[in-house]
Design a protein around this ligand. Structure first.
Ligand code: HEC
Ligand code: HEC
Ligand code: HEC
Length: 437
């Protein structure tokens, strides 16, 4: 009796699992959308194409969809994730290898649901979890712009991921757990400018994709972790919420200048992955949109209530950097005097964006010296940094020990924060990782 009850229970349990799997599979399988003949560029309205161009800049489509030395939007850029390497696809209007045969409906489904024209699930390395917030009208303008670009024949590369991570159907499971489809909904208690900023930042501009830490399965964390800062491509994208400890608060003016021009006197320059956000993104969109994004972050980062006397903080940073000459017994001080002081000495003129005062940089107040070490090893090239300035690379001129001594010295003399731990290992790791790429 008992035995058959157990057997029945087992059967029932098994039936549930099967039904669940069948249900999941039925839900997970998406239909293909019929291919179309690539629409002629002339079929699109010119103003719509121009609007699409700015939206494409706001979403940095070209940054990810262009390989080093490759044609714009033709894809092939490797993106190294914790799960393997994914290559970006060709989003030029080539019918065979790009998205030329995609109807507006197919393109919209990709942007809003992360599903390709053939019905397969796309990986979230494509930030559709953010693009889903983009309005239908804006997706239509993006489509008009992309379909008016030169078609490039270049077949996309298959992802380099171990089984079963490469099974696209399983991406549906990820979506079930972490993805919420839906357009941006304005917050009625906020101003139009705030909502515009939030619409762009939370959607197309996907600031959170880099600035919010992710869980073990690669989904953005929520709650207090939103914009709490995260590691991305060997850099640290600092916090954009109230936990940002930059000596001078990030008010709307500072954010605007940094995003629009790539640097400010009080915050230094955008380097590494943030450089693309500026030069392939915020420098190309409407001025009012950059102000809106700046306003949105300034309203959430508590900068207004930090009560910092900026003049005093700046004077303090300048005074500290004047000490260097008297610290010559220390190795880090010697390295600084020999390699850095000639350019990073602002005592007479005050800080300038093109000559960042190191004590004001958040890379010195960060939890570890990742970004500082990267800048020392690789410099900030003309293309990457401010158009009128560059910082040379010291990767060959300085040894790992020199760099470790230098950053330890800078942390000690420019901040009141505890010394960094494990600096030597970190310098070696950043140097080795750079060689692999
Ligand atoms: C952070 C990098 C990144 C950015 C930024 C990005 N994409 Fe992508 N995109 C990808 C990756 C990676 C894939 C391929 C995903 C896959 O293979 O599952 C992809 C795939 C796509 C696809 C599906 C194409 C296909 O052939 O399957 C479309 C459409 C697309 N992106 C459009 C855009 C547009 C439009 C923008 C700008 C608004 C954009 N992407 C910005 C990384 C990016
Ligand atoms: C591709 C990844 C990426 C994206 C997308 C991105 N950021 Fe960044 N961001 C970074 C990195 C990395 C840094 C550190 C750069 C440095 O130290 O020079 C950074 C630095 C910053 C800083 C300076 C913070 C500080 O305290 O020094 C601000 C402000 C900022 N980002 C705002 C934004 C905003 C706003 C957006 C969206 C419009 C955005 N970022 C999108 C990667 C990104
Ligand atoms: C030849 C002049 C020059 C020298 C020497 C120099 N720098 Fe720079 N540094 C610059 C300039 C210019 C920038 C701004 C770069 C840009 O935007 O193109 C900069 C930027 C920086 C930044 C800010 C990058 C960011 O993320 O905002 C740091 C940190 C830095 N330098 C550290 C150092 C250190 C440490 C040394 C010594 C090893 C050094 N620099 C030597 C000119 C120099």
């Amino acid at each position: 009796m008992g035995k058959s009850k157990a057997a029945r229970r087992l059967l029932w349990g098994g039936a549930c699992v099967v039904a669940g799997l069948v249900g999941f599979t039925a839900w997970a399988i998406k239909p293909a959308i019929a291919p179309v003949t690539p629409p002629a560029p002339i079929s699109f309205d010119t103003t719509e194409i121009q609007r699409g161009e700015k939206l494409a800049a706001a979403g940095y489509c070209v940054t990810c969809h262009t390989a080093a030395g490759g044609k714009p939007f033709a894809g092939g850029l490797p993106m190294v994730t914790g799960f393997g390497t994914i290559y970006t696809t060709n989003i030029t209007p080539d019918a065979a290898t790009g998205i030329g045969s995609w109807s507006l409906a197919a393109f919209t489904r990709a942007m809003h649901e992360g599903v390709a024209r053939d019905g397969s699930h796309l990986f979230p390395a494509f930030p559709y979890d953010r693009f889903t917030k983009t309005s239908n009208e804006d997706v239509k303008a993006l489509y008009a712009y992309l379909m008016s670009q030169p078609a490039v024949s270049q077949a996309p590369k298959a992802p380099d991921m171990p089984f079963p991570l490469n099974v696209r159907l399983l991406q549906a499971g990820w979506k079930l757990l972490f993805f919420k489809e839906g357009r941006y909904e304005p917050v009625t208690t906020q101003t139009a400018e705030w909502n515009r900023g939030a619409y762009l930042a939370e959607g197309l501009a996907h600031c959170a994709s880099c600035h919010t830490p992710r869980n073990a399965l690669g989904a953005e964390k929520t709650g207090d972790a939103r914009y709490a800062g995260a590691v991305v491509d060997g850099w640290f994208a600092p916090a954009l919420n109230a936990s940002n400890n930059s000596p001078v608060p990030w008010n709307a003016d500072e954010l605007y200048s940094y995003l629009r021009k790539g640097g400010t006197a009080y915050h230094g320059v955008a380097a590494g992955p943030m450089s693309h956000v500026v030069y392939q993104g915020m420098a190309l969109v409407d001025d009012s949109d950059v102000h809106a994004v700046a306003h949105y972050f300034a309203s959430m980062n508590g900068s207004a209530s930090r009560n910092v006397d900026v003049a005093q903080v700046v004077a303090g940073a300048l005074a500290r950097s004047r000490f260097d000459a008297s610290q010559t017994v220390e190795r880090g001080a010697n390295v600084y005097a020999a390699a850095c002081a000639a350019c990073h000495y602002n005592a007479l003129s005050g800080p300038q964006a093109a000559r960042p005062e190191l004590g004001l940089k958040s890379s010195l107040s960060a939890a570890d010296p990742t970004n500082l070490v990267n800048v020392i090893l690789h410099g900030v090239s003309l293309k990457e940094g401010l158009p009128e300035a560059m910082m040379p690379a010291f990767g060959t001129a300085l040894t790992n020990d020199d760099i470790a001594a230098l950053v330890t010295y800078l942390r000690k003399t420019r901040t009141d924060l505890p010394p960094w731990q494990g600096v030597a290992q970190l310098v070696a790791k950043q140097r080795d990782d750079a060689k692999k790429n």
